[in-house]
Design a protein around this ligand. Structure first.
Ligand code: SF4
Length: 365
């Protein structure tokens, strides 16, 4: 299953992981369970074959780190309402186009004639606003700490160039509050976290110390190569076996103890913490970032009067997927009513979603 370049080392390491996991199970009486917080890890663990190879020895559960998956239906509904008005252009990342809102997606709104465009960077949306001075351009900004500095850069550019017809609908998420909620409110049953590589570049390793100090929960920051992920799992197992939880940095080539101060500075200049609603989890206090009041002229939530109702209840279990409370094969729609061609929920839409990863690499025919 492993790629040839990883093959020998990875196979040996996988055997070591399996042996250690079985020792853990002997000691604790349960199969060790770890949550990969990051959506990129979800896909990399499935694609590499690690999830399949370890499945009888270690439970690897997806967490809340796929930005598309955690975006609430209400935000999609709001963007569609913004796009409904004449003379507006809505821009967003490609993944967001097919995410279902309460009734439809941004893609269906586009098919019906609304001007909804995919951009690769929010800076492109600023450029589109400059090219269309007689139209309002709104960028739907989703993402975690990894993406927020880029969103801030777009706001900075719009401010600098005085692009008055540009604004941003920010629905960004923070990793620390959601991990705290998973452990203290959702009481998710795991033994440790495989911590996100990309977010940690911005936040730094110290950001997770509370997991070990307050929750007795180990965590390993790791990269995305097969060997890096296996070694992260091995280190988690060692900490569980020795009952010595700590936060280890297995991605030192890019993650520093205190993160990236330049990225943190621009984030803090344009954004401030706010309450945020997560798909399937509801509102988590201070778990998102909104545009600071001094830049409210760039804040689409303040610029446009959009009223959004409550999200529609569906059979989709994405809310459980992102809390590690279910696996895709436990959803009755998986592979039947919900497929990558006809996704019912965002976990099947996103390239980082647990359902699309499971469908591509772990589905039983
Ligand atoms: Fe939602 Fe589809 Fe995943 Fe079920 S299989 S949880 S409907 S995305």
């Amino acid at each position: 299953l492993f790629e040839p370049k990883d093959s020998a080392v990875a196979r040996e390491l996988a055997q070591k992981v399996i042996k250690l996991a079985d020792r853990c199970k002997e000691k604790t009486g349960v199969t060790p369970a770890f949550m990969e917080v990051c959506g990129s890890h979800t896909m990399a663990l499935a694609r590499s074959g690690i999830k399949l190879i370890l499945q009888d020895h270690v439970r690897l559960l997806s967490g809340p780190g796929c930005p598309v998956c955690v975006t609430d239906q209400k935000q999609i509904d709001a963007m569609i309402e913004v796009a409904e008005a004449q003379n507006r252009i809505v821009c967003t990342f490609g993944d967001m186009m097919r995410v279902p809102g309460s009734k439809r997606s941004l893609l269906s709104a586009k098919t019906e004639g609304r001007d909804v465009r995919i951009v690769y960077s929010p800076l492109d949306a600023v450029r589109i606003a400059q090219e269309n001075p007689d139209r309002e351009v709104v960028f739907l900004g989703v993402g975690f700490e990894t993406t927020v500095p880029v969103l801030a850069a777009a706001l900075q550019l719009a401010e600098l160039k005085q692009v008055e017809n540009f604004s941003m609908w920010a629905t960004t998420k923070l990793v620390q509050p959601v991990l705290r909620t998973l452990l203290s409110v959702k009481k998710v049953k795991i033994h440790g976290f495989l911590l996100p590589g990309h977010v940690s570049i911005v936040l730094g390793e110290q950001a997770y110390q509370f997991l070990a100090d307050e929750f007795h929960m180990p965590g390993v920051i790791t990269g995305f190569e097969t060997v890096e992920m296996l070694s992260g799992i091995y280190k988690l197992l060692q900490m569980v076996l020795n009952d010595q939880p700590a936060i280890l940095n297995n991605y030192k080539s890019v993650v520093r103890p205190d993160g990236n101060p330049i990225a943190q500075k621009i984030m803090n200049e344009f954004f401030t913490p706010c309450d945020e609603t997560w798909r399937g989890m509801g509102m988590i206090p201070q778990s998102g970032l909104d545009i600071r009041d001094q830049y409210s002229h760039l804040n689409a939530k303040k610029k446009f009067n959009v009223t959004v109702g409550e999200p529609k209840k569906t059979l989709c279990r994405c809310g459980d997927m992102i809390c590690g409370l279910a696996t895709p094969d436990e959803c009755i729609l998986f592979g039947k009513a919900c497929t990558p061609i006809h996704p019912v929920g965002p976990c099947m839409v996103s390239d980082e979603g647990s359902c699309s990863a499971y469908y591509a690499y772990m589905r039983k025919e």
